[in-house]
Ligand binder design. Structure first.
Ligand code: HEM
Length: 286
């Protein structure tokens, strides 16, 4: 199966062994069968094991399906994470009035608390959230396939096998969910009292803005999906984005070479940053 999978999908990888055999899903399936026969097998605490345990018990996934699931999660977590960071870097260039308050927050004691807990930094949290709101990498969310006929409250009917999604991008740009939705306000998600304390300002209009966190999952914020299948990696993703973007903010002033040039390409329902967009980084003088 390993060879078949490599040859079919990754001909360029045919020449090297990309993962040690004991990590291969086929080996794991064999181990599971041995365990069912009462044999002692190694215990694994990793992504492959999690995927196998997530599969329906009555109809366990094949090794090939497990590899596909693994790749989908890997592509999703790696690409969406990095492209979200790239858009946040663009927004730092386009809205430089946010840089000093962000830098002050990152230089404060709040940073060591963030390093200890992986949480906090409300200004940076909100800035990344605002960037992801106006430039979400994925335009749809919560993809679900009907396993039984289903009728929504507005009469929309799904037959078995039909797919439904939530219109993420449209929702994020809709005044019904975010007042003045097309305006970038990097600190709009911060609690007003916290914002006033940290910046001494309300940073633009704050009325009717509902404070929230980047990692929230609710009716306004489907970036991580919804319900029990919502992204379990979001706390890690938020901490990783804050760490990476935070280091850039602390060390560099950034600007776009050409602010007018289009920064996006679209592929299926994704919007990706263009690789030709150039950002200038100037070291911050301490
Ligand atoms: C900015 C970065 C990320 C975004 C926007 C994102 C978004 C999403 C979305 C929309 C889903 C589908 C949820 C649903 O259908 O309700 C999802 C699922 C998932 N994500 Fe993320 N994700 C990100 C990063 C990550 C990272 C870094 C990891 C792992 C470390 C991760 C692990 C997963 C997993 C395992 C699932 C599948 C959950 C399941 O099927 O039960 N994600 N993510």
């Amino acid at each position: 199966m390993q060879e078949l999978f490599l040859a079919k999908n990754f001909p360029w990888q045919k020449s090297f062994d990309y993962c040690p055999p004991r990590l291969h899903p086929e080996e794991r399936i064999r181990e599971k069968e041995l365990k069912a026969l009462g044999q002692k097998v190694p215990i694994h605490h990793d992504c492959i094991q999690w995927i196998m345990e997530t599969a329906p018990r009555s109809n366990p996934w094949s090794a090939e399906r497990i590899v596909h699931e693994l790749m989908a999660i890997w592509f999703g977590s790696v690409h969406v994470l990095t492209t979200t960071i790239a858009f946040a870097m663009h927004d730092l260039c386009l809205h430089p009035e946010h840089t000093e308050p962000l830098r002050t927050e990152l230089r404060s004691d709040a940073y060591s608390e963030f390093e200890r807990t992986g949480k906090g930094l409300p200004l940076l949290d909100s800035f990344i959230k605002e960037s992801a709101r106006l430039t979400p990498v994925e335009s749809m969310s919560t993809r679900r396939q009907a396993i039984a006929p289903f009728t929504f409250s507005d009469g929309t009917h799904l037959a078995v096998g039909d797919w439904a999604v939530t219109p993420l991008r449209a929702m994020l740009h809709d005044d019904a969910h975010f007042p003045e939705a097309n305006q970038f306000n990097g600190f709009r998600h911060v609690q007003p009292a916290v914002l006033e304390k940290l910046t001494g300002s309300n940073f633009g209009s704050l009325e009717a803005q509902e404070p929230s966190l980047l990692t929230d999952v609710n009716k306004h914020w489907h970036v991580w999906g919804t319900g029990r299948m919502a992204c379990p990696g979001r706390f890690y993703a938020a901490a990783a984005m804050k760490t990476i973007i935070g280091q850039f903010i602390l060390k560099f002033d950034a600007s776009l070479v050409n602010e007018e040039e289009s920064r996006f390409i679209s592929w299926r329902s994704f919007i990706y940053p263009r690789n030709r967009t150039k950002v200038i980084f100037r070291p911050v003088e301490e």
